[in-house]
Design a protein around this ligand. Sequence first.
Ligand code: GLU
Length: 302
Amino acid sequence: MQRILEEIQDEVRPLLHRGKVASYIPQLADVPREHFGMAVHTVGGEVFQVGDADHRFSIQSISKAFTLTLAMQLEGDELWRRVGREPSGTAFNSLVQLEHENGIPRNPFINAGALVVTDVVLSHLAEAKKTVLEFVDSLVAGEPVSYDLEVARSEAESGHRNRALAHFLKSFGNLHNDTDAVLDAYFHHCSIAMSCSELAEAFLFLVCGGHVPGRDQPLIRANQAKYVGSLMLTCGTYDSAGDFAYRVGLPGKSGVGGGIVAIMPGHFTVAVWSPGLDPSGNSLAGTKALELLTTKTGISIF
Ligand code: GLU
């Protein structure tokens, strides 16, 4: 595996300059495109990594998988009264579909869906921002995980579209808490800074039937881990989830910070980071790296 990761790092190097760093969140626009990191954590506890795998970056929408897991823990299937489970086929921050579908977001990974999930979490937890961070932190050993407050502030200042989505949801009665409180929590969740190695470690529960390795009690039930994985496969990589599934063959969740986490149930988790994005918003070199991983190892869910 280590040799394969090193080969992949060499092969994607020419791609690092081709992607475009997300600039609509001003704080992300300054991240150099040259970064590349990749880490694999196996269910047996082995760790393989290359490049900037220990460098923390803004996980952005990857956080939506964490908040969805928490919402499932807190609310179970009730959640699906307020959010759908279908790919959206429109941009992750689109307003049009929400109007058409009466304020029920297509899935929990588009921004509107994640805002509803955040609202659910806020309704259950008195100190949601603190608890979400503690939840994520509990999934990784080592240095405490933290919010990047500059990124959160930068997005709060520039996040007009998310504000519009939140108010739109509120107008349909699908946001129960104060819109500013939901947005504040959402922007903070997106600003969590983690490395590839930490992300791969944190997602192990999804390849172990909901169990965090070494813990007695599962985090979520095995069928709920299946649900999260299935949603990652169908909705986790923006408007190109079909192409991602075709090329990579693993459920994945990406973020505009250039990170992607993918899971191979029963085997391993993998996280990759390269800030240059393709036109659909997924890391360009990161997607290629994952495609090479499943091609070279011959391991995918298919
Ligand atoms: N915080 C970002 C937004 O709401 C997340 C986008 C993403 O990573 O998909 O626009």
